[in-house]
Ligand binder design. Structure first.
Ligand code: UD1
Length: 427
């Protein structure tokens, strides 16, 4: 018997008021979990968001032989028996970030078999930087039956100078992890500078790695013989925080977003202020209120510290009802406008040409059945629906659960009306 799928329902028109606590960052958790393969043993993680992607990474580590348990406050992960070196297709195809185990497995065990991630809705997303970097470090890599087969030479990987064409986040992480156990020095040039990379580097340093230049475009890693397990507190999720900060601009009202690192959101905050939201920072809290007159803006996504591509869709939802013409240029991924069709179903006026979206602000959006196309696109639909007339039904909400912890509870806690129920239109 087929069961009715669940959808997310959002009743628009409720002004927001209250406080929302941001979870730990998904994109910091995934590489941190993969890094445990570098030094088999017991790790304690705090502030881990309980998300599908995090559970998928844990499932992958368990397939390799790891075990974990959770307490009220911590995730305890034991990788002492994680000796398998195969990341199978059924897991990698669910989450591309599974490729993060490649560098650690190769560095620690001298071999890895990782399924090729396959198609991805937001562009080609190749992994050539990861592979080229590992080859420069001496790895022998070939493809066989849909798997990347990688082997390190008998004496292990050796340090190399790696220059990226583009500062890829997970490639920087993968190679930084691999380099911690390589012989000699590795230099990564045009490295990504995201806070999640700095957090991973700090974890590796706690484990005994020698790394300099974190947060800059040149990272130096001096290989060491071995690393040891450690304790890690995951940094706050700047993308989740940014999503909530935008919400009053759409629904009206005022909220406080707690457990944030405002330094990680400087460009986002500057953009929201330019749009006309009233934003105030106090320690790890950020206050956000809809200003009187919101203004159209031009946003260009860029690697950190630029405006994050992971907040592009949400910003588009916000700009959909800001009077005037806004422009968004997507510079990181070549096909990250899948949410446009869905926002149009809600009444937004958006045209796209290549990497440029032009948004003509409308007075109000109207509820309609829509489909989530990827993780951040689904968050943009929730935001848009908060300001729409009527009840919006969002299908394919598994995307949302990959990256937003307790989204119904969190939005309802600030006065919105969001709930999950069997789909009515999407059957
Ligand atoms: C990470 C984030 C994702 C975010 C993205 C950009 C994680 C788990 N995911 O993804 O949420 O949207 O950064 O901030 O942290 N590229 C290549 N070859 C490669 C690698 C990347 O051409 O080998 C290109 C990609 O196609 C893309 C650009 O580089 O156009 C940036 O991608 P990248 O930074 O690698 O994204 P991810 O690390 O996959």
């Amino acid at each position: 018997m087929q069961t009715t799928p669940f959808c997310l329902f959002v009743e628009g028109g409720h002004k927001l008021k209250g406080e929302v606590v941001v979870s730990g960052a998904k994109n910091a958790t995934l590489p941190a979990l993969a890094a445990t393969l570098l030094a088999p043993g017991e790790y304690q993680f705090f502030n881990v968001p309980w998300l599908i992607d995090v559970q998928t990474m844990l499932e992958l580590l368990c397939r390799l032989g790891a075990q974990y348990e959770t307490t009220n406050t911590a995730l305890i992960l034991d990788t002492s028996q994680a000796k398998d070196t195969v990341a199978p297709y059924d897991i990698v195809s669910r989450m591309r970030a599974s490729v993060l185990v490649l560098g650690p497995l190769l560095a620690c065990y001298g071999r890895a078999r990782v399924a090729l991630p396959g198609g991805c809705p937001i562009g080609k997303r190749p992994i050539d930087f990861h592979l080229k970097g590992l080859e420069l470090m001496g790895a022998k890599i070939h493809q066989e039956h849909g798997y990347i087969m990688a082997r390190a030479p008998r004496r292990g990987l050796s340090g190399a100078e790696i220059i990226f064409d583009f500062p890829s986040v997970t490639a920087t992480e993968n190679l930084m992890m691999a380099a911690t156990l390589a012989r000699g020095q590795t230099i990564i040039r045009n490295a990504a500078k995201e806070p999640e990379i700095v957090a991973l580097g700090e974890m590796l340093i706690k484990m005994g790695a020698k790394i300099k230049g974190l947060g800059t475009e040149t990272i130096f890693i001096e290989g060491v013989k071995e690393l040891s397990p450690t304790e890690v507190t995951i940094i706050p999720d700047r993308i989740e925080a940014g999503t909530y900060l935008m919400a009053p601009g759409i629904a009206g009202g005022e909220i406080i977003v707690k457990n944030v690192n405002p330094f990680h959101l400087e460009t986002v905050i500057a953009t929201l202020k330019e749009i006309g939201l009233k934003i105030e920072i106090e320690g790890d809290k950020i206050y956000s209120q809809k200003g009187r007159n919101l203004r159209p803006v031009k946003i260009r996504t860029a690697p950190y510290p630029g405006f994050p591509t992971d907040l592009q869709a949400q910003a588009m939802a916000l700009l959909s009802t800001v009077k005037g013409t806004s422009v968004i240029i997507e510079n990181v991924f070549e096909n990250r406008f899948l949410h446009v069709e869905e926002l149009r179903r809600l009444g937004a006026e958006i045209t796209v040409e290549g990497r440029v979206a032009v948004i003509q602000g409308v007075k109000k959006l109207q509820a309609a059945p829509v489909k989530a196309t990827d993780l951040r696109a689904s968050a943009s639909l929730v935001l848009a629906a908060l300001g729409a007339d009527g009840v919006t039904e969002i299908a394919d909400i598994h995307h949302l659960k990959r990256g937003y912890e307790a989204i119904c509870e969190k939005f309802n806690g600030i006065g919105a009306k969001v709930w999950e129920a069997p789909c009515q239109y999407h059957l």
